[in-house]
Design a protein around this ligand. Structure first.
Ligand code: 5AD
Ligand code: SF4
Length: 439
């Protein structure tokens, strides 16, 4: 038998890209590829790209430039670009970087094997369609290899919200939900292979409305169906829009034992004036009221968020409103970004905030978030929490895993094995993780 060809995939951006990369590697497995960790010995390099902020696309072009020498040394090397930069820039990528053999948008991954064959026969291959068929249904099934204890599972893709700053509705297309039975099948398969925790993914995951046995099913309905799978211990989901936090989903946070007490709920800004310009379709008060309802359902729920500073026309007063909202919510985790104008989005046309002003705001906001994160983490000391162990730590005998609230936890001299879910008493809090002992 011929030696397998080697595939190197580099993944940028969100967890949905991590999931897509896994599935692409599996699909190309059918064309005789095995994954390698280094680009140097690869027969095919695939960059799974992100277009959400400017720097992300620039990184892709500079990475491609670095492969020039590899292609000179190995003329059979094929280079592909997948993901949202592929969708947004299409054949511009091939023009700008002639090294590229293949460009595939996120909705066309099931066509990769054909495209690979085309590239092997010396032609360029480009596909940035939004085909009617479901790419996941047509992607090869996951092979039965053992898995670590945690996995991502994409249940919904695309977004119809059109926030004024965001490229996702253009690069990922309209909202589409996968049917319940396919998700349950994939989840059972993951559990058989060792997975104990599944994070359901979607750009707008809580807008999920997949076809189920009794008609259209909400995300809460899907979570309850997953709750019945023996051996699955934990369920998470991300990312949610405040306007799609339905009553049944809020209630599930209080009643569904496997649903973890953590919610990533981006608000982007605390100023009503800016929220309106962002086309977010919610206000600061409606967001704060929602947080109150979630905490009434699940008092210890840890809230995570995303913030954009320096959105066009953001004033000092608007920014002060954002800081005030952060103070009121008390985030356990948050991601913050300086506004980056994306071509084709409405906000890119508006008057921009001076970069030094945006930088200063970002620093101030991040300092506040860091203090809050640390305070939430420190407050875990003395509590007993569930920890799903994932792998050995750096020290001999040490094991590391994640708590119910998604804090990193390490335990020294630990008898637990990867995949064990144990009660752990937290004894101290460090800069990036908690230390505990088995309870
Ligand atoms: N500029 C800066 N941040 C952005 N995000 C999305 N688009 C932009 C942009 N143009 C941030 C939002 C979103 C997260 C995934 O990325 O906060 O929630
Ligand atoms: Fe982008 Fe999220 Fe807004 Fe959709 S809801 S447009 S993915 S920021």
């Amino acid at each position: 038998m011929a030696d397998p060809k080697k595939l190197f995939i580099k993944t940028y951006g969100c967890q949905m890209n991590v999931y897509d990369s896994e599935r692409m590697a599996e699909a190309l497995g059918g064309s005789g590829y095995v994954e390698t960790r280094t680009p140097e010995d690869a027969d095919m390099i695939l960059l799974n790209t992100c277009h959400i902020r400017e720097k992300a696309a620039e990184k892709v072009y500079s990475e491609l430039g670095r492969y020039k020498g590899l292609k000179a040394a190995n003329p059979d090397l094929k280079i592909g670009v997948a993901g949202c930069v592929a969708q947004a820039e299409g054949d511009e990528i091939m023009r700008r970087q002639p090294l590229v053999d293949l460009v595939v948008g996120p909705q066309a991954y099931h066509r990769l094997p054909e495209m690979e064959a085309r590239a092997r026969s010396g032609h360029k291959a480009l596909d940035t369609d939004f085909p009617a068929e479901d790419k996941f249904e047509h992607l090869k099934a996951r092979p039965k290899a053992a898995r670590g204890p945690t996995a991502f599972l994409t249940v919904q893709e695309g977004c119809d919200k059109f926030c004024a700053f965001c490229v996702v509705p253009y690069t990922r297309g309209a909202e589409v939900s996968r049917p319940v039975n396919r998700i349950l099948g994939e989840a059972r398969d993951l559990v058989e292979r060792g997975v104990r925790e599944i994070t359901l993914l979607g750009q707008n995951v809580n807008a999920y409305h997949g076809a189920g046995p009794d008609g259209e099913t909400s995300l809460a309905g899907l979570i309850w169906a997953l709750n019945d799978i023996d051996g699955l211990e934990r369920i998470r989901f991300t990312t949610s829009h405040p306007n799609d936090m339905s009553d049944d989903l809020i209630a599930a946070h209080g009643t569904c034992e496997k649903l973890m007490p953590y919610l990533h709920l981006p608000v982007q800004s605390g100023s009503d004036r800016i929220l309106k310009r962002m086309n977010r379709a919610h206000t600061r008060d409606s967001y704060l009221a929602l947080i109150d309802r979630l905490r009434a359902a699940r008092p210890d729920i840890l809230i995570s968020g995303d913030f954009i500073v320096g959105f066009p026309e953001e004033s000092d007063e608007d920014f002060a409103d954002t800081l005030d909202l952060i103070e009121r919510v008390g985030y356990g985790q948050a991601f913050s970004f300086k506004y980056s104008p994306r071509p084709g989005t409405p906000a890119a046309e508006r008057p921009q905030v001076a970069p030094d002003v945006a930088d200063a705001r970002l620093q101030e906001l991040q300092a506040l978030i860091t203090r809050q994160q640390r305070a939430r983490q420190d407050a875990m000391v003395g509590q007993t929490v569930g920890v799903l162990f994932e792998k050995p730590g750096r020290l001999p005998g040490q094991m590391v895993g994640k708590s119910d609230h998604l804090h990193a936890v390490h335990v020294d001299d630990c008898a637990a094995r990867p995949g064990d879910l144990c009660a752990v008493r937290i004894v101290s809090s460090g800069p990036n993780s908690l230390a505990g002992i088995l309870a």
